[in-house]
Every structure is written in structure tokens, then in C-alpha cells.
Design a protein around this ligand. Structure first.
Ligand code: DX5
Ligand code: ZN
Length: 229
């Protein structure tokens, strides 16, 4: 598998001190990426933040020269992912990860996944495609280019229980794509990392487990160790 990437989710941070929280987790505790959960109250039953807030926190996080540290991994839990490309590019988003279910939903105006990926690239961002726990992995087969996100909880809220039933999908994708970044998101922490790593996930989102820890640096190091061992 590719290298371990630890991406704490700021959903579990103190939103009243967002800049400080982001800088402490990337610049001090050694996180690789920052996982930024964007929810619009339509695709999921919750609302978080939009591009203006992302713009404000971008400056507090050091950016590495290479594609490694300080990456803003924006998880777009929104009904119309095609709508926000320019805003998020401008805000400093590096990786724009949309949901397959939103891109393919026929009831709203939509841009199909393959087209959306091309658009994301044309704006100079990396693309990611996510699936919810009940969506099969094979929908991702034709969408080779970018990161694959396998949700391990129903998207919408932090602090939920990790769903191990999603691991066969991670295995299936890892077998097929040995070099691809495969991200897992939801309920990851020291108690669940081993199963996820064993299945082949290398990009680990962890909200509660990192931001709720006394020593986030230690948790990040342990998560990394579990993926790399
Ligand atoms: C859920 C979000 C997750 C969430 C993870 O909809 O996509 O990124 O914040 O939080 P924990 O790690 O607490 O489950
Ligand atoms: Zn997320």
C-alpha cells in the first residue's frame, strides 16, 4: 500500500478556536492532512462550514512544498458538488472529495462523476470520490483517477461507531488498485485502526480520536504506526 496519511477531521475541534485548533494539529501534532467536513443540510442532515471559513483557516496551517503536509482534504457532503469548485479552489482546498451518490442523483441538477473529476482537475485540485456504507465499491471502478473514500459511518455526524461491514469494500479496492490512496472515514481510532489498516486503507480520517485526545501527537503517531506495520 502507499504511505500512511493521517487526516484529522476538524469536525471534532473547538469551532470557536478553529485557526488555533488546525495549526496545533498539523503544525505541532504532526498530522499530514486536515480533513474538512463540508455539509449543506441537503446531502446530509447537518450543516457545518463553507468556503469563507475554509479561507480563514487556510492561513494557519503550514503547507509543505511537496504533496504531503498541510493538505486541505475537503470532504464535500453536499447535494450539488459541481457548484462549489471555484469557491473551494480559491479558499485553498487541495483535494476536492465529492460523493458518488450526490453526483449521480438524478433528481437535482448534477454533473456525473467522471465529468466532475475532469472539472476538479481543470481547476488545479486533486479529486476524490466517496461512497456511503450502503453503496457498493464497484461504482468506483471506472473512476480511476484520484482518491477513493470509503465511509465507515453514515455521513452527517462525528463520533459515531465504526462499521466493520465496510471493510470488504476496502479490501476489494486495495486488491484492484495497489497504489491508490484509499481513505476511511468514521469512527476510526486506536481501537479500530488495525482492521482498517489490515483491509488496506492508507488515508485515515479521525475526528474524535485525535481532537478529543490528551496527547494528539501520540495518537497520530500510533495511527501511522498501525498503517505502516
Ligand atoms: C462524518 C464525517 C467524518 C467525521 C469523523 O460525516 O465525514 O469525517 O467527522 O469523525 P469521527 O472520527 O469522530 O467519527
Ligand atoms: Zn469526513
Amino acid at each position: 500500500s502507499p504511505r500512511a496519511i493521517i487526516a484529522p477531521s476538524i469536525l471534532a475541534s473547538d469551532f470557536g478556536n478553529l485557526s488555533h485548533e488546525c495549526s496545533r494539529i498539523v503544525n505541532e501534532a504532526g498530522a499530514d492532512w486536515l480533513h474538512v467536513d463540508i455539509m449543506d443540510g441537503h446531502f446530509v442532515p447537518n450543516i457545518t462550514i463553507g468556503a469563507p471559513v475554509v479561507t480563514c483557516i487556510r492561513g494557519s496551517v503550514d503547507r509543505a512544498e511537496d504533496w504531503s503536509k498541510g493538505v486541505f482534504d475537503c470532504h464535500m457532503m453536499v447535494a450539488e458538488p459541481q457548484k462549489w469548485l471555484d469557491d473551494f479552489k480559491k479558499a485553498g482546498c487541495d483535494l476536492y472529495c465529492f460523493h458518488y451518490e450526490a453526483a449521480e442523483a438524478s433528481q437535482a441538477p448534477h454533473t456525473p462523476s467522471s465529468e466532475l473529476i475532469k472539472l476538479i482537475h481543470s481547476k488545479g485540485m486533486k479529486a476524490g470520490v466517496g461512497i456511503k456504507p450502503d453503496t457498493p465499491a464497484d461504482v468506483l471502478f471506472p473512476l480511476l483517477d484520484g482518491m477513493l473514500l470509503v465511509m465507515t459511518v453514515e455521513p452527517g455526524f462525528g463520533g459515531q461507531k465504526f462499521q466493520e461491514r465496510c471493510m470488504p469494500k476496502v479490501k476489494e479496492l486495495r486488491e484492484r488498485y495497489p497504489d491508490m490512496d484509499i481513505e476511511v472515514d468514521g469512527g476510526l481510532g486506536l481501537g479500530t485502526i488495525d482492521v482498517a489498516a489490515e483491509a488496506g486503507a492508507n488515508v485515515i480520517v479521525a475526528g474524535t480520536a485525535v481532537f478529543g485526545a490528551k496527547d494528539p501527537k501520540d495518537v497520530i503517531a500510533k495511527l501511522r504506526e498501525a498503517v505502516e506495520s
